[in-house]
Design a protein around this ligand. Structure first.
Ligand SMILES: [Zn+2]
Length: 548
């Protein structure tokens, strides 16, 4: 390829046309694919700096031979990055995150081939060809050898006139690297892959050592019943009972659960041991409790269910990797069937109804003993992203507000809408189970609540404030007709609804309800058992929740 324009004096432009080509393709196609303007700008700037880095690094090399291969290598890297990024945005409308990488790494080969075949289409093929055009050209030129006057030759012959210019390029190179490191690390593909891989390895290590194994050595002599059973445990997120109609809230945030309230056992005084997901979930779902947090030798309800002969499912709408998500992932990994539908961070909205088809599928599977654990995104901040438009029901100022400023009004409204949507999710799951006419239960609780201007001028959850709405969670049980018939003692549950209970002892309630026995089972810690004994509920650093 010969070109007079470049020959006559613009070798830098020629080089830029190579290096910036992927950038321009990314900027143009990205304009249509990247959903948020800020996200788009960050991606473009991040990739722009990375492209400049390649440009400066090329100029800093003296040997034209090394330059040639370096240019080919950089082009392959740049084209691959934009191809993967654009494809990911095309299919998921989200940035590639460590969770996405985790899901990819967790996917087995069989699934992967299935996955690929469903993802190769016209867009992918055209994007691939467009993205790799410079690579095709360079490959041809590099392999063919010298071609005088070609763009490649011109580019390779660029000479820096003085050391001063070289130093300027070196400085620019350093500045670009700095910018990427400080401002656009999250957008940088190589950084995020390296980070994801590290996180993945670390999580894996924890998983292998303890809770992710299908069975636990700590749980001994586990025995379950032989009769057919299908149990569903719904783990909510950030939903406090302070905003739930079935707990007496003044707005109709639970119309669907209220409709079947006679069938529900609504426990009135259940609290969570911690107000953060990971610390709470760890104590709720395993043998750990407030006295023994992060037990080294630990077992979970999922392992218990596996050992009792159940087929277990973990269906989650929470991001599988990251500091805040690692514990539930770890615990969920013990399940025989795992499904994580959320691969992005909390800023993106995948509504909980996306879980319903997977729950339906699990319910349909022919297996006489099943336990399905569902991990919702629930009413996690940002509240307005947790429900589709249709649930935007509460828009006005609620009469009973303690704080009446604009922010409070807005947050209470969006939280209540999210609670309303959550009501639909829980009811839908109950109806799915009811339809199957099986021996089973649906149990719903939340990992913790949120303060939404209920007791103080504050939004969210943290242990420092540790207000009641952060600790007081819903705990609601629904039993199928067959379960009631098989376990006539259920009638006594009505007398247990006011028990003061801490979810740190959940594993005992769970086993009791699921008819599972094991060595360290302590029925006095089961909220459903006649031998229940009230245990002091310790929160924070040795504070008795009930003595305030
Ligand atoms: Zn949480």
């Amino acid at each position: 390829m010969k070109n007079k324009f470049f020959t006559q004096g613009n070798p830098h432009l020629a080089l830029l046309s190579f290096v910036l080509y992927p950038f321009i393709v990314f900027a143009l196609i990205g304009l249509y694919l990247i959903p948020f303007r800020v996200g788009y700008l960050k991606e473009i700037l991040g990739f722009g700096f990375f492209s400049l880095l390649v440009y400066f690094s090329f100029l800093l090399i003296n040997s034209s031979k090394i330059r040639k291969w370096w240019l080919l290598f950089s082009s392959i890297v740049l084209s691959t990055i934009i191809f993967i990024k654009l494809s990911f945005y095309y299919f998921y409308s989200v940035k590639i995150t460590s969770s996405a990488v985790f899901v990819v790494l967790e996917t087995n080969i069989n699934e992967a081939s299935e996955y690929l075949s469903t993802y190769i289409n016209g867009f992918v093929i055209i994007t691939f060809i467009v993205a790799f055009l410079p690579v095709f050209y360079l490959l041809k030129s590099c392999l063919k050898g010298k071609d005088k006057g070609s763009i490649l030759e011109i580019v390779l012959c660029i000479k820096l006139k003085s050391y001063r210019i070289k130093i300027i390029y070196l400085l620019l190179f350093i500045i670009s690297s700095y910018m990427i490191y400080w401002k656009f690390r999250q957008e940088n593909f190589l950084f995020s892959i390296a980070k994801s891989y590290k996180e993945y390895k670390e999580t894996k290590l924890l998983l292998k050592n303890n809770l992710a194994k299908p069975e636990s050595d700590v749980l001994t002599n586990v025995v379950g019943h032989d009769q057919p059973q299908t149990y569903v445990v719904i783990i909510g997120e950030s939903t406090s009972r302070w905003h739930m109609q079935i707990y007496g809230y003044g707005r109709e945030t639970n119309p669907l659960l209220t409709e079947i309230k006679k069938e529900l056992f609504v426990f009135n005084d259940v609290i969570t041991p911690n107000v953060h997901t990971i610390t709470a979930i760890e104590k709720i779902l395993t043998l750990s409790d407030t006295k023994n947090a992060n037990k080294k030798e630990n077992g979970s309800v999922i392992q218990l269910a596996n050992q009792a002969g159940f087929k277990t499912y973990w269906i989650s709408n929470q991001k599988p990797v990251g500091y805040y998500e690692s514990i539930p992932t770890l615990i969920g990994s013990a399940a025989k069937i795992k499904k994580f539908i959320a691969t992005d961070n909390y800023n993106y909205d995948i509504y909980d109804e996306s879980l319903l088809p997977y729950i339906e599928k699990a319910l349909q599977e022919k297996h006489s003993k099943k336990i399905i654990f569902i991990h919702l995104i629930g009413t996690h901040v940002s509240y307005h992203k947790r429900y589709p438009k249709k649930y935007n029901v509460f828009n006005n100022e609620f009469d009973n507000l303690k704080f009446k400023h604009k922010k409070a009004i807005e947050y209470v409204n969006t939280y209540d809408n999210a609670v309303l949507h959550n009501d639909y999710i829980v009811r839908s799951i109950i109806e799915k189970v009811r339809k199957k006419d099986i021996n089973g239960y649906v149990l719903y609780f939340s990992d913790h609540g949120d303060e939404v201007f209920d007791t103080m001028d504050f939004i969210g959850h943290n242990e420092y404030h540790g207000t009641k709405p952060m600790y007081e969670v819903p705990f609601v049980l629904w039993l199928s007709e067959k379960y009631k018939k098989n376990n006539p003692s259920y009638l006594t549950i009505n007398s247990m609804l006011d028990r003061r209970y801490g979810l740190e002892n959940f594993i005992h309630s769970f086993s009791d309800l699921s008819l599972i026995k094991f060595d360290s089972l302590n029925l006095s810690k089961s909220i459903f058992n006649s031998s229940f004994i009230y245990q002091p509920r310790i929160i924070k650093k040795n504070q008795n929740y009930d003595s305030d």
